[in-house]
Ligand binder design. Structure first.
Ligand SMILES: Nc1ncnc2c1ncn2[C@@H]1O[C@H](COP(=O)(O)OP(=O)(O)O)[C@@H](O)[C@H]1O
Ligand SMILES: [Mg+2]
Length: 390
């Protein structure tokens, strides 16, 4: 999108240029003007699609120029940046049809959200608006990596959605190995090191492709900490990922660090994975307490009990009572299928389609995508070669 920037502030100009060029499609600052008067006196021969207007230094007598500016560029979208609320100016801007007003200093996320709205309104992008689903292990070995990777594959295969899995383990991430024998050429830390290149095509080129619509971004591999990974990088990665994938599945691991926390903040649902055993329940409780203290809404936390066996001493109801949260899904204990899959690095749905654990993953796909049972029965049966009557 070609943009005109109106500002005297060269730092702000550089900041917006950097943020804009990281977008897909990029926002290009093709011209700049010093202020409102300069902008209306030196009109662009080819009208810009976007005008980014820093209103923090508008002189009192200049406010009326806002209407003139918008009349000159009737088809442009406007973003107004203000340092403090200038009521007179804001009212004029609103009357002139300028809808996006952002507070300075610039909050990058707010800028990108405004750009997303503008692009959709202008028909520039067909965003997927992907959902972020996190899986987090309450205790090591609960099965978060196994479930997140295999669930990602199942979503892609059964619901035919475009899925990205991001391995957020700070160290020793192994998610790719669960579903692939390919060695990742790029990792999360490599992407952070080249964050200015981030767009849909770059992200895609960094993945291990397990299926045409399922890619995995390998965990950071940077033992010497040469890359300065920042939480803001996560914002950029998820923003681009949401535009290009229907679902972004996160394998968070047990350690929550600044990077994974930023990802969790933005997750649409968090699935703590635990087994029906006291140590898991204890750790699960700690985790849920952390989420509560972070102010995460309770309905965003969706418990999954893995390796569930009926008839044990502990019941699901005991766990729900202890955690004060509902279990949304259980995955049966299926040692042979799970171990075979993990050892061979082949998704369990591909390796043992009719196994109990594969069926449970299909149910979870149904739950998450909220497909109607009858509809998905057809889908499931088509895949598993069963007739409706069975
Ligand atoms: N439903 C299941 N039934 C049987 N074994 C399972 C099941 N889910 C996971 N496993 C096994 O548990 C092991 C640990 O799982 P993993 O996903 O690595 O745990 P985490 O990532 O939570 O530390 C895996 O090797 C896998 O074989
Ligand atoms: Mg793991």
């Amino acid at each position: 999108m070609k943009a005109l920037m109106i500002s005297r502030d060269s730092l702000l100009h550089a900041e917006i240029a950097a943020q804009g060029s990281a977008r897909m499609p990029p926002v290009q600052l093709v011209a700049s003007r010093n202020g409102l008067r300069d902008a209306v006196e030196r009109l662009m021969p080819e009208p810009p699609a976007l005008v980014i207007f820093d209103a923090s230094e508008v002189a009192p007598g200049e406010a009326e120029l806002v209407e003139r500016l918008s009349k000159h560029y009737p088809s442009a979208s406007f973003i107004l940046l203000t340092r403090e609320a200038q009521q007179d100016l804001l009212i004029r801007a609103m009357r002139a049809g300028m809808r996006e007003v952002l507070q300075l200093p610039l909050v990058h996320r707010a800028f990108h959200e405004a750009m997303d709205r503008i692009e959709v309104a202008a028909g520039v992008s067909h965003m997927r608006d992907g959902k972020v689903l996190a899986f987090i292990s309450c205790k090591g070995g609960s099965g978060a990596t196994f479930l997140s990777t295999n669930f990602g594959y199942a979503l892609a295969a059964l619901a035919e959605r475009k899925v990205l899995l991001i391995d957020l383990h700070g160290q020793f991430g192994d998610a790719t190995l669960y579903v692939s024998d390919q060695k990742p050429a790029m990792t999360l830390s490599d992407i952070c090191a080249q964050i200015t290149r981030m767009d849909g095509a770059f992200l895609d080129s960094c993945l291990v492709h397990v299926a045409s619509n399922f890619g995995v971004l390998a965990a950071a591999d940077d033992p010497n900490h040469t890359v300065d990974m920042k939480p803001e990088h996560m914002d950029t990665i998820l923003r681009v990922a949401r535009q290009h994938y229907d679902y972004i599945v996160l394998d968070v691991g047990r350690q929550i660090d600044a990077i994974s926390l930023r990802a969790l903040d933005q997750a649409d649902a968090i699935h703590p994975v635990l087994q029906l055993a006291l140590p898991d329940i204890r750790d699960g409780r700690r985790l849920l307490d952390i989420f509560r203290s972070l102010g995460y809404p309770t309905d965003r936390t969706r418990l999954i009990v893995n390796r569930y066996e009926k008839g044990g001493k502990l019941r699901l109801a005991d766990l729900e009572h202890a955690l004060g949260a509902e279990v949304v899904h259980t995955v049966p204990n299926d040692y042979i299928s799970a171990t075979d899959s993990v050892n061979q690095g082949i998704p369990v749905l591909q390796l043992s389609r009719s196994s109990a654990v594969a069926r449970s993953l299909a149910d979870l796909v149904e739950l998450v995508t909220a497909r109607r049972v009858s509809e998905s029965k057809g889908l499931f049966d088509r895949l598993f070669g069963r007739s409706e009557a069975e």
